[in-house]
Ligand binder design. Structure first.
Ligand code: GLU
Length: 448
């Protein structure tokens, strides 16, 4: 069974890039009829906050990205301890004593010589006596995972195709700090293994982590008696702003901002589901259609451009399709299904419904009219007859009686009846205004 996961660190709110990763993992699992897990990567006790965990859950719920289970790394620390012990026994982790300043100096020297800043494995060269001396000085070690330099690291990436890394071009990663706390690399591998994650789909900023983690998977599999478990990996191109750069703005653009702007979660989902793929971004409100068409092979390698104008376009188109029942609790008091249908095509956001509804409930300010138009409007007031389609009846009668057509016919009527030059379809609006109110508005405008 397909198992995917979304693994945010609760050190901040979700932004549009994280949301996209979450969504894609959800779509992948739903399409395969599998499971989608939320994993809270909270091993960094100093930076993780409970309020962000709560906000992450709330944001995912708002977006309709439902998880089939939740795990927290802070509750799984003994598992990491066990894995660490197993890797130590297998000779795959080693103690290091360099200070941050020493490491920085090494890096500078390497860069100065035009060499890549790869950790030189200085700690491996220490003799037992030197190590004992460090310990005697009271220096607690931090720990690195020892990469195997003999085998090239390869995988078939779901987005990027065949990948190959020479382990010797990578630093042995620090997996545990001197205070015993865990860095991201090992806990994530242990969890993906123990939770039976079959597909790791994440941003391409994780490509070199994958190279390292593949060796960790292999080492842990071996330590556990040779069971082979290795997920499929796929790395999607990053999201950039419409200006074409990785922008700060996108890094802080999240659900709160969208909600405030009146963007519907289904618009965000429709857009992010397909952004960066060869499929067209369309206002698809049904999740089933997005799930059905989700396919990693449609993902491109070029950065995906997030464009607010496009989001607004998708949002408006989605609002125009929304059913009354789905929105009724967000509409102004008294607005019924017919009102929603009349006004819906004019909305960019549902919150604007109240402004348009005022055209129905009144009062309206119709403004100034020429003498000729006033006479016309007075004629309209007497011609008004209530029927199935009073607008059609009124305009045909007036057309016949006055010879007016087009703008000269419609605009004074619209203005007198709504106080606006544009707006919802008058055929739908007039029945909502009602006969006596409509007549009163026409008479008022004629008298002004
Ligand atoms: N907590 C990691 C992050 O937010 C998870 C990366 C992963 O998907 O493995 O970058």
């Amino acid at each position: 069974m397909t198992v995917t996961r979304f693994a945010p660190s609760p050190t901040g709110r979700l932004h549009v890039g994280n949301i996209r990763t979450a969504l894609h993992n959800w779509l992948l699992a739903r399409k395969a009829g599998g499971r989608f897990m939320l994993r809270i990567d909270d091993t960094d006790a100093a930076r993780s906050r409970e309020e962000y965990v709560t906000a992450i859950r709330a944001d995912l719920a708002w977006l309709g990205i439902d998880a089939d289970g939740e795990e927290r790394q802070s509750e799984r620390l003994t598992l990491y301890e066990d894995a660490f012990a197993a890797l130590k026994t297998a000779g795959r982790v080693y103690a290091c004593y360099e200070t941050a300043q020493e490491l920085e100096l090494k890096r500078k020297i390497q860069l100065g010589r035009g060499l890549p800043p790869i950790y030189d494995r200085g700690a491996l060269a220490l003799s037992d006596a030197e190590r004992a001396a460090k310990e005697a000085e009271g220096i607690a070690p931090h720990w690195r995972f020892k990469l195997d330099h003999d085998e090239p690291i390869t995988w078939e990436d779901g987005v990027r195709g065949a990948q190959k890394f020479d382990a010797a071009t990578l630093s042995d990663p620090v997996i545990r700090r001197a205070d015993g706390s865990w860095l991201y690399m090992l806990p994530s591998t242990v969890d993906d293994l123990d939770m039976g994650v079959t597909d790791v789909l994440r941003g391409e900023d994780h490509v070199s982590n994958t190279a390292v983690q593949i060796q960790m998977f292999t080492a842990l599999n071996a330590a556990r008696g040779g069971v082979q478990h290795l997920p499929h990996f796929a790395h999607e191109a990053l999201l950039v702003g419409s200006e074409g750069k990785l922008s700060k703005r996108l890094g802080s653009l999240g659900c709160d901002a969208f909600r405030e702007r009146g963007v519907e979660p289904s618009a965000i989902v429709a857009m992010l589901a397909r952004l960066g793929t060869s499929l067209p971004v369309e206002p698809i409100a049904e999740r089933a259609a997005l799930i059905e068409t989700f396919d990693l092979s449609t993902f491109g390698r070029a950065p995906a451009r997030f464009d607010d104008t496009e989001l607004e376009r998708i949002n408006a188109a989605i609002v125009h399709q929304m059913d009354f029942v789905a929105v009724s609790d967000r509409l102004p008091a008294g607005m019924d299904e017919a009102g929603w249908h009349a006004i819906r095509p004019n909305l960019a956001h549902i919150g604007e419904a109240a402004d348009w509804w005022r055209l129905v409930t009144g009062p309206v300010q119709s403004g100034e009219f020429s003498d000729e138009d006033r006479a016309f409007l007075s004629q309209a007031a007497s011609a008004l007859q209530w029927s199935e389609d009073p607008w059609r009846a009124l305009t045909s009668a007036l057309k016949e009686a006055t010879g007016r057509k087009g703008k000269a016919l419609f605009l004074p009527l619209r203005r007198a009846l709504t106080g606006m030059d544009h707006g919802p379809d008058m055929g739908e609006l007039l029945p909502l205004i009602g006969e006596s109110e409509a007549r009163a508005r026409l008479e008022n405008a004629a008298a002004d």
